[in-house]
Design a protein around this ligand. Structure first.
Ligand code: NAD
Length: 493
């Protein structure tokens, strides 16, 4: 692959920003690196090319690890207050440019403006949180069990960390990983999804402006399988933190085996949303709309299947239908409730899940079709009486289709909720305190949201059970994932 530089065709987006320098189409590999071959990033709302980005590959992936390995020697021994200060500078720059960063995200991802702005602030909160954590490294200890010996336990950064992120949260998934890894004393090489590389590259621009030493944080856009495959096989990469589909997670898990890497896998979800008859029905409907339609349904935390106790099933479906009919759909900058989906495959999946459910006897009360605004707009949709055999009750739909079905007993619904390979988040609506504990215990999910939808944030352990992943992000667990424990036993004499 040739390495000649070429100008990026990014004028329309850059022109809309206060700081045009945030749109970069080159990779950041210990410094900015171009390529003759470039790939188009398109606005999902219009199909227009937003920018052309360098298609990097194995050579640049290796070069990024060379740079990260070289930077590790200094960064791993940087004093806590200095590490914290650098992360803090990055955080302040992200916040200062939040509107431009959100504008970039809307252009490549399509999500509504308010959600994009919310994601930038959510993503920045991890940088702030880990800047503070970097200043106060944990001190752990145990009392010696051996005579005449002193026992010490140290936490050390694991080394170079590879970070691989998806298109649905192109900024926050990267800051959630990078801030934790950097606070732990690791250096990072990151690969963003081909649909949304600009958000990651804008974070690299701000990292450079914050004064990150060369090699501390590289962003390598291009051929995913080549770049990430190279990192998986490189023994110098000691940790891999991946957010994406369970399917790709399995591949990377296998590919990391030969070099026995530390792994964090944040994978797919298939969240159940359970409404008992004693729930506050208005609140349940309001939360159901948020749990299903945030990020236009393209959210790993998105509720995919709604189980409603039979005695309140009809009123719930009627109110849910009214709430869905009121939702607005439009390009991200119009700041409607929903935007376009990311690509044609995503729209086809909605169509396939709706057709399959209807063929099995479900009724479509709202939506159920593409919208005339553009090929990637799919209307918010409500399916009721969906049988358990329907694909939508088994697979992640990752779009704006809600599937509702009635249940008759607590035992029955908990079995249905757990009958999946996924275990990321479950939503529970009931006012009965003992049932909350019984159900929250029984649900095999890493996160359980009770009578609410929003549960995420930097100070909590985010992650899934079963095939929704390995490890947790956020809080001290997110930082510890990038560390090794060293035990030192010293004779006194
Ligand atoms: P994806 O698995 O297709 O891609 C994720 C990343 O992996 C991208 O950077 C992509 O370039 C890279 N990739 C793709 N194929 C690869 C390969 N063969 N080898 C190496 N790398 C490869 O996922 P996506 O479509 O971008 O994102 C949607 C998925 O992410 C959904 O399943 C969603 O549930 C999941 N997700 C999970 C969380 C979480 O925290 N658990 C958060 C957001 C999204």
């Amino acid at each position: 692959m040739a390495m000649a530089r070429r100008a990026v065709k990014a004028e329309p987006l850059a022109g809309a920003l206060a700081d045009a320098g945030l749109v970069r189409g080159d990779g950041f590999v210990g410094g900015w690196v171009g390529a003759e071959e470039r790939f188009a990033v398109r606005d999902p709302a219009t199909g227009e090319v937003v920018a052309e980005v360098a298609r990097l590959g194995v050579a640049e992936a290796r070069k990024a690890v060379d740079a990260a390995q070289a930077a590790f020697a200094g960064w791993s021994v940087t004093l806590p207050q200095d590490r914290a200060a650098l992360l803090r500078r990055w955080y302040e720059l992200i916040l200062a440019h939040r509107e431009d960063l959100a504008r970039i995200m809307v252009a490549e991802q399509g999500k509504p403006w308010s959600e994009a702005l919310g994601e930038i602030e959510y993503g920045a909160s991890f940088v702030e949180y880990y800047a503070e954590a970097a200043r106060r490294p944990d001190i752990e200890g145990v009392t010696s069990h051996l005579p005449d010996a002193e026992v010490e336990i140290w936490r050390e950064p694991v080394g170079v960390a590879a970070l691989v992120t998806p298109w649905n949260f192109p900024s926050a998934m990267l800051t959630r990983k990078a801030a934790a890894a950097l606070a732990a004393g690791c250096t990072c090489v990151a690969h963003p999804s081909a649909e949304t590389p600009l958000s990651a590259l804008a974070l690299a621009v701000l990292a450079e402006r914050a004064g990150f030493p060369a090699g501390l944080f590289s962003v390598v856009p291009g051929e995913a399988a080549e770049i990430v495959g190279e990192w998986c096989s490189d023994a110098r990469v000691r940790a891999l933190s991946f957010t994406g589909s369970t399917e790709v997670g399995r591949i990377l898990y296998r590919q990391s085996a030969d070099t026995v890497k530390r792994l964090v896998l944040e994978l797919g979800g298939h969240a159940p949303f359970i409404v008992f008859a004693d729930a506050d029905l208005d609140q349940a409907v309001e939360e159901a709309v948020k749990a299903k339609f945030a990020t236009s349904g393209q959210d790993c935390l998105g509720a995919n299947r709604f189980y409603v106790e039979r005695s309140v099933y009809e009123p719930f479906c009627a109110r849910f239908a009214e709430a869905i009919k009121a939702l607005t759909l439009g390009p991200g900058m119009a700041d409607c409730d929903l935007g376009p989906l990311i690509h044609e495959r995503a729209v086809e999946k909605q169509e396939a899940h709706v057709a399959d459910a209807v063929a099995r006897g479900a009724r479509c009360l709202v939506g159920g079709a593409r919208d005339g605004q553009g090929p990637l707009f799919y209307r918010p949709t409500l399916l009721v009486d969906v049988p358990d055999t329907a694909k939508i009750m088994r697979e992640e739909t990752f779009g704006p289709v809600a599937a509702v079905t009635p249940f008759d007993s607590e035992e029955e619904v908990l079995v249905l909720a757990n009958a999946t390979e996924y275990g990321l988040v479950a939503y529970l609506h009931t006012m009965e305190p003992r049932r909350i504990y019984r159900a929250a215990r029984a649900l095999q999910f890493g996160m359980v949201a009770v009578n609410r939808t929003k549960v995420t944030g930097a100070p909590i352990p985010f992650g899934g059970m079963k095939q929704s992943g390995i490890g947790r992000e956020g809080a001290r667990w997110g930082l510890e994932a990038f560390t090794e424990i060293k035990y030192v036993c010293r004779d006194w004499h």
